[in-house]
Design a protein around this ligand. Structure first.
Ligand code: SAM
Ligand code: SF4
Ligand code: FES
Length: 347
């Protein structure tokens, strides 16, 4: 019976709240079928290709205090670092030589990164590597700041909404952060013409199956070009240290539902998924994901960008990760390609 819902979702690209909820509740019965259909849909739009994005984790300083994140300002045990504009450029240069054509500049919300500094780095990367895309993932900023960064050449922005349920948002964040401002940022980025990425953690504390069904409706309505989901993984120095991690099973099932809901979406199999399950990223690709985001940050700082415990790949050089990923992905029958990997508006 639930297979019929998967067929309906593939055919019309959406379901009702009750239908999504029924699928999520009975996921064990349809997991394999959902993955099979999602993989086929992914193949229709993107063939066997898996895009890679070079992640440059530029700062472990953050003014915010999200209850789930190891970089939160109140974590006095966190080791803090920030990369200079030159170091960021150097990471991109190294990445370019390794074949990357998209760089993701990600970090905590750190006032050191003024619009001026960021515009300088973005325009330099775009001038030296005109065939590359620059993605930013630097949290909440003003409308004006997003506009300046776009004008400097940024192509895409990743800002996970974390949850589409305002009451749930309040349980994951302190009072100083608001759902309203998160949404303001997301709609600003969309209006400014960024390729937009949103997303949420799977299995975050207090998340219900109803919340997950609502996530699917939110994504359908927003129509983002990218969706980043990964399991919540607890960090020992946060208020959520005793909460269970999200599972690879639920994450991969949701990847399949997202692929069927937004057939052309750029969908990463995340490092967090590879952290909760050693085969997590491969399983993600087989369930409909088509993007990987290996790390290009200098090895010397990697262990300091610890959002959660036991993060993988923190001791490996970018070149090693790429080789490792190529082999892992080849085993799924897919292939990593050197390409900007833009959203396919046309077939
Ligand atoms: N500061 C920016 C922001 O919050 O958008 C970008 C960096 S932040 C570390 C990137 C993402 O990491 C967040 O959107 C959140 O979903 C994820 N994250 C943080 N803590 C996590 C945890 N404990 N487990 C899994 N993902 C986590
Ligand atoms: Fe800062 Fe982002 Fe971590 Fe929240 S999730 S504490 S904004 S780095
Ligand atoms: Fe980083 Fe395997 S992907 S070492």
């Amino acid at each position: 019976m639930y297979k019929k819902f998967i067929d309906k979702l593939e055919k019309q690209g959406s379901l009702s709240f009750d239908e999504y909820l029924a699928l999520i509740e009975h996921r064990d019965e349809v997991r394999e079928y959902a993955a099979e259909r999602a993989f086929a849909v992914r193949r229709r739009y993107y063939g066997n290709t898996v895009f890679i994005r070079g992640l440059i984790e530029l700062s472990s300083y953050c003014k915010n205090d999200c209850y789930y994140c190891g970089l939160r300002a109140s974590n006095k045990n966190a080791q803090r670092y920030r990369l200079t504009a030159e170091q960021i450029f150097f990471c991109a240069e190294n990445g370019y030589e390794l074949g990357f054509r998209t760089f993701v500049l990600q970090g905590g919300e750190d006032a050191y990164y003024t619009d001026e500094l960021l515009c300088g780095v973005i325009s330099k990367i775009k001038a030296c590597f005109p065939d590359c895309a620059v993605t930013l993932s630097l949290g909440e900023r003003s409308t004006e700041s997003y506009r300046k960064l776009k004008e400097a050449g940024a192509d895409r922005y990743l800002l996970r909404h974390e949850t589409a349920n305002e009451a749930h948002y309040k349980r994951l964040h302190p009072k100083a952060m608001s759902f309203e401002n998160r949404m303001r940022c997301i709609y600003d980025l969309k209006a400014l013409g960024y390729q937009l990425g949103v997303g949420f953690m799977v299995g975050s504390p207090f998340q219900t199956e109803e919340d997950l069904a609502r996530e699917m409706l939110f994504l359908k309505e927003l129509q983002p070009q990218m969706v980043g989901i990964g399991p919540f993984v607890s960090h020992r120095n946060t208020p959520f240290k005793d909460y269970e991690n999200g599972t690879a099973e639920l994450t991969t099932f949701l990847l399949s539902l997202i692929r069927l809901t937004l057939p052309r979406v750029l969908l990463p199999a995340t490092t967090a998924l590879g952290t909760v399950d050693p085969m997590g990223r491969e399983k993600g690709i087989l369930a409909g994901a088509n993007v990987l985001m290996p790390n290009l940050s200098p090895v010397g700082v990697r262990k300091k960008y610890l959002l959660y415990d036991n993060k993988i790949c923190t001791g490996d050089e970018a070149a090693q990760c790429i080789e490792c990923l190529k082999n892992r992905i080849a085993a799924t029958g897919c292939e990593i390609v050197t390409d900007r990997g833009d959203y396919r508006y046309e077939l």
